[in-house]
Design a protein around this ligand. Structure first.
Ligand SMILES: NC(=O)c1ccc[n+]([C@@H]2O[C@H](COP(=O)([O-])OP(=O)(O)OC[C@H]3O[C@@H](n4cnc5c(N)ncnc54)[C@H](OP(=O)(O)O)[C@@H]3O)[C@@H](O)[C@H]2O)c1
Length: 288
């Protein structure tokens, strides 16, 4: 059997093939520790692995679909096979969808719960007990500024990020004095594929809010995690948005966000199949 001393602590990044996860993997690689890169796309993972190696760390690639119910045990088996343990877990895999909940495909919306909530929770619960037993390490979860408020026309995504913030902050408190940290990073819009894939890039809210660079978010997230922070909100505009969400009444916030995340060409949420602008949008008393 492998002696405990031969098992090396690794940084495991779920969602490491693109965007913020890939940027965090690069930052973590500066610490000269093995970095395990998890995602589905082989070529993007390979490019991410090259960046980690260039930054001076050993890179391991695991092509894994986190929708799989056995994803956490397959990751654990991969770590064991490579004489690694999960010292730091970064949960960056996630996606969102813009549009009225009554008009978006149900399986795609449930997928947000599966990935942003279930997979993140499964990985966290799988690896945290062994971190606590070792008295070191932690989890860095990608929340969002969306986790501070409900988000009409992106309802599932905002709700999933509320979960991430609540879950992470509660774990942070539970694990005080264990040597293990749980940090939630909650950025506003970041220049990655996410915005275009979710359809958020086409609505007024995401056109007016400044976009942060993924490398900047990664630096702030990693620094906050290393210093044991419960919550990291990178950038001034995200801080202002979090402040507004805490103080503005829902009667103002909800219609405002709903409007800023809607396009007049969207299908009407009433189910008529007609564009919003020709349906309830043309009769504000019905459409709100
Ligand atoms: N970009 C923003 O504006 C923004 C703002 C706030 C918060 N966030 C959050 O930050 C996180 C990262 O977002 P991003 O902007 O970096 O998005 P992104 O560029 O689209 O990257 C998403 C990552 O998740 C991976 N992924 C998606 N589905 C997966 C699956 N089923 N199994 C394994 N990996 C999967 C993707 O890899 P594969 O496709 O190769 O599997 C990719 O590496 C998300 O949780 C997002 O909600 C983003």
């Amino acid at each position: 059997m492998m002696a405990q001393s031969e098992i090396r602590p690794a940084v495991v990044v779920a969602g490491a093939s693109r965007g913020i996860g890939r940027a965090i993997a690069k930052v973590a690689a500066r610490e000269k520790r093995p970095v395990v890169l998890v995602a589905r796309s082989h070529d993007d993972l390979a490019a991410s692995a090259n960046e980690v190696r260039e930054a001076g760390s050993e890179a391991f690639m695991l092509e894994l679909d986190l929708f799989s119910p056995d994803a956490s045990s397959r990751l654990a088996d991969f770590l064991t096979a490579n004489n690694l343990c999960c010292d730091v877990l970064v949960n960056s895999a996630g996606y969102g969808l813009r549009g009225a909940a009554t008009t978006l495909p149900i399986p795609d919306q449930l997928g947000i719960i599966d990935l942003n909530i279930r997979a993140l929770t499964d990985l966290s619960l799988h690896f945290l007990p062994e971190m606590v037993a070792r008295g070191r390490g932690g989890v860095l979860n990608l929340g969002s500024i969306a986790g501070f408020m409900p988000g009409p026309n992106m309802a599932l995504y905002y709700a999933s990020k509320s979960f991430v913030r609540s879950f992470s902050e509660a774990l942070h408190q539970e694990l005080r004095r264990t040597g293990v940290t749980v940090t939630c990073v909650a950025p506003g819009p970041v220049s990655t594929d996410f915005l275009q894939r979710s359809g958020a890039d086409r609505v007024p809210l995401f056109k007016v809010l400044p976009r942060l660079d993924a490398d900047y978010v990664a630096e702030r997230a990693w620094r906050g995690f290393k210093s044991g922070r419960r919550l990291v909100v990178p950038g001034l505009s995200a801080k202002l948005a979090a402040f507004a969400a805490a103080w503005l009444p829902s009667a103002i916030m909800l219609p405002l966000i709903g409007r800023l995340q809607r396009r007049s060409n969207d299908p009407c949420p009433c189910g008529s199949g007609i564009k919003f602008k020709h349906c309830c949008g043309a009769h504000p008393r019905r459409g709100g």
